[in-house]
Design a protein around this ligand. Structure first.
Ligand SMILES: *Cc1c(COP(=O)(O)O)cnc(C)c1O
Length: 367
């Protein structure tokens, strides 16, 4: 089988989604499944929908187009403010987009009106993380403006935290969002269908808050795909963390001295802590490098230690494993590692549900 490859367990994506849909349903919050880390995979999107997501979101219109072409029938939201140069594609392939910019909204309006359709708009408000969003004081005027634009409907408001500066979603900023929803409704004279509280980093707040206020939707990617809380990168109880693994193939296994010899300068990618100790180790080289994955987010199988990575080689201490060239190792991935691997032309993607081939048994696995 081709390596390196990402193995995506669609069943795990579905059960992760349904767990979150159930838990969040108790506090009146819907789930939009975010597919960007799968590049808009129709299979992953369909698994999220089977798990109860009410719609799908992606930051790239190309990925939304891929979902659509793959036959996925669900509301599709562009979760990054549209490029002015892409508004027409956005109107064609997204039912909703998250917005902050007057000129983009006016272009969306012209395009939707020209096509005779209505494009739904969620206005993003800045609540401290300093990425996208208009300042709270600018929200009501912008909402009023949108209600006057042909071809657009004001679906709601939203915010995004914990991405740029790690601002934690909490009762204070979420209550602010709820209050702003009511300000906008009072100003425009109609109810908002969407109050989108944020991303996977909101789960700690949403699942423990005594009152989630007007927040009625979250946009979830990382929690569904990796089972991790982005604020701590630790597993979320009840979720599977093995939905996605990266499998790579050993191309060399040799017993080698533990420490290098000769004068030491920089490595191909800067300096590394010197290898310690004496004696030898069973060193394995995998055909996997920085052109394929961000090595920082890789979790090796039990008993295996990552020693270093260059463009094309990942060097590991195999410990006691009796692995040989041609054998495969499966690594857990973090979000950065997943994004890079999914985007590398050298990494294939194997989506399975349930696993239909022998690869899971033959690859050295996480515990
Ligand atoms: C990526 C993204 C999300 C999903 O984030 P996760 O941490 O993967 O849940 C939600 N909203 C916006 C605006 C995003 O860019």
């Amino acid at each position: 089988m081709s390596a390196p490859r990402l193995e995506v367990d669609l069943g795990a994506i579905e059960t992760n989604t349904s767990f979150l849909v159930e838990q969040l349903g108790l506090v009146g919050i819907r789930v939009t499944g975010v597919t960007k880390a799968t590049l808009g995979s129709p299979h992953a999107g369909a698994a999220m929908l089977r798990g109860g997501a009410t719609g799908l979101g992606d930051s790239r219109v190309e990925n939304l187009e891929r979902l659509e072409a793959g036959g996925v029938v669900a509301p599709r939201t562009l979760i990054r403010s549209p490029m002015l140069s892409q508004v027409d594609a956005v109107v064609r392939h997204a039912s909703t987009s998250l917005n902050t910019d007057y000129s983009v909204l006016e272009a969306l309006s012209r395009s939707a009106a020209h096509r005779g359709t209505t494009h739904a708009v969620v206005l993003m408000v800045e609540l401290g993380d300093l990425r996208e969003g208009v300042l709270p004081a600018e929200l009501v005027p912008l909402a009023r403006h949108v209600t006057g634009l042909a071809g657009l409907s004001l679906a709601g408001i939203g915010t995004n935290l914990a991405c740029q500066n790690g601002v934690v979603p909490d009762d204070v900023n979420m209550q602010r969002l709820s209050a702003l929803a009511e300000d906008v409704e009072a100003a425009v004279g109609s109810a908002l269908a969407v109050v989108s509280g944020g991303n996977s980093a909101n789960l700690g707040w949403a699942l423990n808050a005594t009152d989630t206020g007007r927040v009625d939707e979250l946009r979830l990617g990382e929690a569904i795909l990796l089972g991790l809380d982005p604020l701590t990168r630790s597993p979320i109880a009840g979720l599977r963390t093995d939905a996605v693994v990266l499998v790579a193939e050993l191309i060399e296994v040799r017993t080698k001295p533990r420490v290098p010899w000769g004068h030491l300068g920089q490595t191909a990618f800067g300096s590394r802590p010197p290898r310690q100790g004496g004696g030898t180790l069973r060193q394995g080289i995998l055909a996997l490098g920085r052109q394929d994955v961000d090595p920082d987010g890789l979790v090796p199988p039990d008993g295996v230690t990552i020693l270093g990575t260059s463009s094309d080689h990942l060097v590991v201490d195999l410990g006691d494993h009796a692995a040989a060239a041609g054998d495969e190792l499966a690594f857990g991935v973090g979000y950065g590692a997943l994004l890079r691997a999914m985007t590398s032309p050298f990494v294939t993607v194997l989506e399975h549900s349930p696993l239909v081939d022998g690869s899971k048994a033959s690859a050295l696995r996480l515990a």
